[in-house]
Design a protein around this ligand. Structure first.
Ligand SMILES: *Cc1c(COP(=O)(O)O)cnc(C)c1O
Length: 376
């Protein structure tokens, strides 16, 4: 087949499926008029708590704020060191710098693109030799697969570090006997439209285990408010989730499990068709991925991307520049070669169309076009 117009993410097909309940949910919000912190927000928080198995869910305006609120509640101060993988979206490290703390970049595991436990351990001992100590780690479940939490939590406990899970891409994934957002006691997720569970605008949520910590987060979400609206007990922000977005998420949550199953089928078909021709993603034992992205690795990635585009197949590069080499972090003094695995991944990664409604014929077209593109 020469050309077939394919969507990278198809939100229209999903909307057609949930249109009735979506209209009902939205119309309820409009007739009630409680646009800020309406009942849909707490209904959603409760449902996400049950779904994830976490003790508390605090919905907020976006995933970046969710990470920032966690660092604020953990009392991160200017000059504090926080360990973070270099191969991730800017938000994961940006929130550290926003508080004038310092990101310390860790390399990744070449098999999963998640934080490397080996690199983490060697950085912790390097800091120790310099008489420095980090406060915590932000791990990312990149592309939807949970990081190596058993090993990470061991390193963290031995060195008195908190572990934040950046689950912006992995809400719904499983790790051993837990789901994401209920593994380390501190997690953040995002409901940006293209995430596996996305709304129709910006949205996010924080998850935690401790009651006291949850109250602190609820206060930070609304200007550090105390027992009433005009009592302020700490520095906070304005980061509520819109009632309308909560209503959208409640509608989407009804089909979420089924969509995860469909995403998994799409991923399996890709792997089956591509594994003998190109490097396909690896999911480690005792965990699942929600396939926020299906990413392959190829030496002539840019050339392949152009060839696919000519056949109507959109691809994306997540992420073309590892964070330690981003201009915004240039004052931290990193140079090329410091984190070789992250740099290698940034040069070769390519994400393919991925959504629950990707049809088999479209997928066959993608697979055969990649096989052909790799040969040339
Ligand atoms: C999307 C994303 C975020 C930020 O979420 P927003 O809702 O866009 O603020 C943070 N971390 C990772 C890994 C992400 O993919």
């Amino acid at each position: 087949m020469e050309k077939m117009e394919i969507q990278f993410v198809d939100l229209k097909a999903q909307q057609d499926r949930i249109k009735k309940i979506l209209d009902q949910r939205i119309s309820n919000v409009l007739s009630r008029g409680a646009y800020i912190m309406g009942p849909e927000v707490s209904e959603l928080e409760q449902k996400l708590t049950i779904y994830s198995g976490s003790k508390h869910c605090i919905a907020c305006a976006n995933g970046t704020d969710a990470l920032l609120a966690l660092l604020m509640a953990l009392d991160i101060q200017p000059g504090d060191l926080v360990l973070v993988p270099s191969f991730t979206f800017i938000a994961t490290a940006e929130v550290i710098s926003l508080l004038h703390a310092i990101p310390v970049f860790v390399d990744i595991d070449p098999a999963t693109f998640n934080i490397s436990v080996q690199s983490l351990e060697s950085l912790v001992s390097k800091l120790e030799k310099e008489n420095k100590r980090a406060k915590g780690i932000i791990c990312v479940d990149l592309f939807g697969q949970p990081a190596d939490y058993s090993e990470i939590l061991e390193v963290a406990q031995a060195n008195d570090l908190f572990v934040i899970e950046d689950a912006a891409q992995s809400f719904g994934a499983k790790y051993e006997n837990s789901k994401t957002c209920a593994i380390t006691g501190y997690a953040a997720t995002s409901f940006f439209p293209s995430k596996p569970l996305g709304c129709y605008g910006d949205g996010g949520a924080v998850f935690c285990d401790s009651d006291e910590f949850a109250s602190k987060l609820r206060s930070i979400r609304v200007h550090g408010q105390g027992s009433h609206k005009y009592e302020n007990i700490q520095v906070g922000m304005n980061s509520r989730l819109d009632t309308l977005q909560a209503a959208v998420l409640l509608a989407k949550l009804e089909i979420f499990e089924e969509e995860l199953e469909l995403r998994n089928q799409v991923a399996e078909r890709y792997t089956e068709g591509l594994k003998d021709h190109i490097r396909v993603p690896l999911i480690k034992k005792s965990r699942t991925s929600v396939w926020a992205q299906y990413s392959i690795m190829h030496d002539s990635r840019d050339q392949l991307s152009v060839a696919l585009k000519a056949k109507g197949i959109p691809t994306m590069i997540y992420y073309p520049v590892p964070l330690h080499l981003q201009k915004v972090f240039s004052t931290l003094g990193y140079t090329k070669g410091d984190l070789p695995i992250s740099e290698d991944a940034a040069g070769k990664i390519l994400s393919l169309p991925m959504h629950p409604y990707l049809r088999q014929d479209a997928q066959m077209h993608i697979i055969s076009s990649i096989i052909e593109g790799v040969k040339n």
